[in-house]
Design a binder for this molecule. Structure first.
Ligand SMILES: Cc1cc2nc3c(=O)[nH]c(=O)nc-3n(C[C@H](O)[C@H](O)[C@H](O)COP(=O)(O)O)c2cc1C
Length: 357
């Protein structure tokens, strides 16, 4: 009953061979913000995913929110990522880079200049940064962005997207989910601005829309996707008007003809359905509440219901480099080991076994 997973699907410029997408996962193994050959091997092993979306990658130094996450804002970083894209393409894979600016989910510890993180408003996250040498550090209250800063940020993202293409990526995904910068503009509890970027819904979506416009102009709308997480409370987000907010965002972004929208669903199936109705191109759904061992049947049912064009999983791919083959064969799945999600070496990274040929 999983046959519909193994039908082709068009996403942007690509005709993908099946519908199981690898969702983005931060793995914190990029020392000095540079990916290395172990990371190239990790993604190469997973090139059988219909589409790989990389770990969140900072478009600028201030966009970094965690230790040992990679960047895409320097020539050295572009060259390092090139090894990843070459390895994935050699195996026939398609790979988008997730651009993640964490906004208030940041800390002076991470920045060379020791300055404050930047966010739409000076509202502290209440969260902490994990460090290897100083334990957990409270996030400070971020500096509120000036209007000039917003224009600069859009430039930084746009340059980063060009860098992603130069590094060989097939496209980029803007991380608009999980309480990071774009989401901080969308939600009223993190956006207290009184200018054109805050207040009513049409103002709170402005940053996302201008960003999409700028990046789409730079690399082509069919190489651009956006991830959203309606109603998600992660990172102390508290949207008060999720239905109205995402309806307005979907409506404003629809005319651009992006490659896809990627919906990280936590609790609002009604909003997933609204997005599906109103979105003109592909919908990738990262569904809430699914037992991983039933991923195949679950994905198939979602596709059958017409809720999405493709279904993304994170931990399934983390632990199963050949998840598509296992699902197709109904083979048992490797279980993921949370202790090795972040940091460390190849263990819990490139040593999850594939099925024997
Ligand atoms: C180790 C780990 C790292 C993650 N890092 C990111 C990230 O960088 N960007 C992002 O959008 N989501 C990230 N996520 C969220 C996943 O993409 C996904 O939405 C979530 O794990 C639920 O999907 P799943 O049940 O298939 O794992 C991460 C999840 C995990 C487990």
């Amino acid at each position: 009953m999983t046959n519909n997973i193994f039908e082709t699907v068009r996403i942007g410029r690509h005709e993908l061979p099946h519908r199981l997408v690898m969702a983005p996962m931060t793995r914190s193994r990029a020392r000095c913000s540079l990916v290395d050959e172990v990371t190239a091997e990790y993604y190469e092993q997973r090139a059988g995913a219909a589409l790989i979306i990389t770990e969140g990658t900072q478009p600028s130094p201030r966009g970094q929110g965690y230790i040992d996450t990679p960047g895409i804002h320097s020539a050295e970083q572009i060259a390092a990522w090139r090894k990843v894209t070459d390895a994935v393409h050699a195996k026939g894979g398609v790979i988008f880079q997730q651009l993640m600016h964490t906004g208030r989910i940041g800390h002076p510890y991470l920045y060379a200049d020791g300055g404050l993180p930047e966010a739409p408003s000076a509202v502290a996250s209440g969260m902490q940064l994990f460090t290897a040498d100083q334990g957990l550090l409270d996030h400070p209250e971020p500096r509120e962005l000036e209007l000039d800063d917003i224009a600069r940020l859009i430039d930084e993202y746009t340059r980063a997207a060009r860098n992603s293409i130069e590094a060989g990526f097939d496209g980029v995904e803007l991380h608009g989910a999980n309480g990071y910068l774009i989401h901080q503009f969308l939600s009223g509890n993190t956006n207290r601005r009184t200018d054109a970027y805050g207040g009513p819904v049409e103002n709170r979506i402005r940053f996302a829309v201008e960003l999409v416009q700028s990046v789409a102009d730079a690399i082509g709308a069919d190489r651009l996707g956006i991830r959203v997480s309606p109603g998600n409370t992660y990172n102390n987000m508290a949207e008060e008007d999720s239905a109205e907010l995402y309806a307005a965002l979907t409506e404003a972004l629809a005319p651009y003809g992006l490659a896809y929208i990627h919906v990280l669903e936590t609790s609002r199936r009604d909003i997933t359905e609204q997005i599906r109705r109103d979105w003109p191109t592909a919908v990738i759904l990262n569904p809430a509440e699914k037992p991983l061992e039933e991923a195949g049947g679950h994905a198939s049912a979602l596709l059958e219901a017409g809720l999405a064009d493709a279904v993304s999983y994170a931990r399934l791919w983390l632990a199963n480099p050949d998840a598509h083959r296992r699902v197709r064969a109904g083979a048992p799945l490797n279980q993921d080991d949370p202790d090795s999600y972040y940091g460390g070496d190849h263990r819990g990274y490139t040593d999850y076994p594939a099925l024997a040929d």
